[in-house]
Ligand binder design. Structure first.
Ligand SMILES: [Fe+2]
Length: 239
């Protein structure tokens, strides 16, 4: 056990050291119709719950890679860059065979991460108004909602996401998806979600996904989630 633990620590250190020597943006964005949205806050804003280095790597490398891959696909299939993202994801069967899996993974990843940065922030507060009423009505109140959401995120085997979906009538439901799949692929809309890929938490939490899921509630931007709820009811919510 001691040997395994030591190896584990060394592997972790190597990862941190290697990451430290990389520039903050791993590669320039490929030209094309898909753009990496800037983080709407400084990378250290979510500390101590999500550390700055995790945020930098997650946004500047992982999300950037999905965007760059999409721009690569768009070179050969320019219509990908001309249609709304939600329309492409809702009808992946229209995407050419050669790039369908790539679009599923990378455009799904682009949409998921764009939503994810937006619904986080310095945190505090709680759902208000119609959103608070919907949480009580559809999800059994905040305590049950958070427990059920954390449970669904914890049960994702391997990599994936846990979401709250919202209907045009404002109904809420918890739904988990594997990989970079999203309820957008079923024509639904996403109110909020959490990334349970290891890249989202491994530097700080290692294998303790449950602790990460619990801590993330401290950095939910409820004002933004409330805006997304209103947009969903107005038929204006996209990704
Ligand atoms: Fe991620």
């Amino acid at each position: 056990m001691i040997h395994l633990s030591r190896r584990h620590v060394l592997t972790g250190l190597a990862t941190v050291v290697a990451a430290h020597h990389l520039p903050s943006v791993a590669f320039a964005q490929a030209a094309g119709p898909f753009k990496l949205p800037p983080l709407p806050y400084a990378p250290n804003t979510l500390e101590p719950h999500i550390d700055a280095r995790t945020m930098e790597i997650h946004h500047d490398r992982h999300h950037a890679a999905y965007v760059n891959n999409m721009n690569g696909f768009a070179k050969d299939h320019p219509t990908l860059g001309q249609r709304p993202i939600v329309e492409i994801l809702a009808k992946l069967s229209d995407v050419p065979d050669a790039v369908r899996t790539g679009v599923r993974n990378n455009l799904g990843g682009h949409a998921n991460h764009s939503m994810f940065w937006e619904i986080m922030g310095p945190g505090g507060g709680k759902p208000e108004g119609e959103l608070a009423a919907a949480v009580t009505r559809d999800l059994g109140g905040m305590e049950k909602f958070q427990n059920d959401f954390n449970g669904a995120g914890g049960r994702v085997f391997g990599s994936g996401w846990v979401f709250v979906t919202v209907t045009p009538e404002g109904r809420l439901a918890i739904e988990a998806k594997p990989n970079q799949d999203t309820p957008l692929m079923d024509g639904k809309r996403v109110l909020m979600g959490n990334d349970v890929w290891e890249h989202a938490y491994y530097l700080n939490y290692q294998n303790r996904r449950a602790d990460y899921l619990k801590a993330c509630w401290n950095v939910v931007n409820w004002r933004k989630v409330g805006e997304r709820y209103a947009a969903a009811k107005a038929g204006k919510l996209t990704i």
